[in-house]
Design a protein around this ligand. Sequence first.
Ligand code: COA
Length: 327
Amino acid sequence: MMALKAKIVGGGYYLPDRVLTNADLEQMVDTSDEWIVRRTGIKERRIADNDVYTSDMAFYAARKAIDNTNINPEDLDLIIIATCTPDMYTPNVSCMVQARLGAVNAAAFDISSACTGFISALTVANQFIATGYYKKVLVVGAENLSRMTDYKDRNTCVLFGDGAGAFIFEASEDEGVLATEIGADGVGGKNLTSLAFRDDEAEMAKRVSKNKQTLWMDGSEVLKFAVRTMVQATFDVLEKAGLSIDDVDMIVPHQANIRIIDGAVKRLGIDSEKVFVNIEKYGNMSSACIPIALCEAIEQGKIKKGDTVVLVGFGGGLTWGSAVIKM
Ligand code: COA
C-alpha cells in the first residue's frame, strides 16, 4: 500500500472587522507610523470585540473551511486547534468548536506552541493520517492576541493582532504533505513570555502594565532566532522531501516582522515573488498567520493545484516548524 498523505481539501479564515491602525497606536504609546512600517512592515491589524473569543473565531474559520468541501461535521475524525490564547483552561478550544460544529464523531485537543502552533498541529494531523488511524482532520490556528498584549509597551503592542484560519486534511495516495519538521529550543524560551499561574518578580518587573498575562519579549533576540530558524527549517524540510529550493513555487512564512522575511529570503536564495506576505494588513496573529496567509494566497491565485508549497513558522517556546505540501 502507498503511504497515505494528508491532503488539503478545503480552507477558510476569519478576521475581526475592527481595525487598529498605526495612527491609532500613535495615540496610545510613544511611537510613529513611520517607525512601525520601517521596523516591522505592519500598517494595521484586526482586533476582536470584547465579547469575541478564540473559540468564536476558530468556529467561524472552521465553518467556512467545511463549507468549502463536501464534508459534513459528523465526518470529521479529529479536531486540533493551535492556540496560545484559549478562552478557558478547560474545556479546551477544540472541544468548544467540536460542540458548535456538531462534529460528534471527532476527538478534539489543543496544541500550545505559540506561532509554530499551526505547523505543530498539521504535523500531528499528518501522522494520524499517514498511519491510517484517521481519515479527516480539521486543523485550526486561532488567536485572540489582543487580550495578551500590553498596550502600554511600545516594544510589543505594535506587533500583534487577532484572527483564525482553518484547513481540512483528508487521506490521499497522491498529493498532500510530503514532509514536516518541528523543533524546540527551550533554553531560549525566556525571550518570549506570558505568565499564567506562575508568580515571578523578575518577569513582573519587565512588564510595563504589571499584568502577569501580558506578553513580554526580547525583540532583538527573537528576531535573530527567527531569521536563523526560518532559513534552517525551510532547508531541512526540503531535504527530507528530497527537494531543493528551486522546486518551491511558494513559501508561506509566519508573519512576525517583514525584516525577518526579507532576511530569510536573501539567505534562502529565492525570488521574493515566491514568498507570500500579508503582514501589512494583519500583523502577527501567532498560530493564525500561516493558515490565513495560505488561504489568501490560494484565493489570489498565487498558489494553484500541483504547486509545491513550504509553510514555515517560529516563535514562543522557543519553537519552529516547517512543512512541504504538494497542493
Ligand atoms: N516605536 C518607536 N520606537 C520603538 C518602538 C516603537 N513601537 N518599539 C521599540 N522602539 C525603540 C526601542 O525602545 C529602542 O530604543 P532605544 O534604542 O532608545 O532603546 C529602539 O526602538 C530599537 O529597539 P530594538 O529592540 O533594537 O529594535 P529592533 O530592531 O529589534 O525592532 C522589534 C524591535 C520588536 C520590531 C523586533 O525586534 C522584532 O520584530 N522582533 C521579533 C518579533 C517576533 O518575531 N515576535 C514574535 C515571535 S514569532
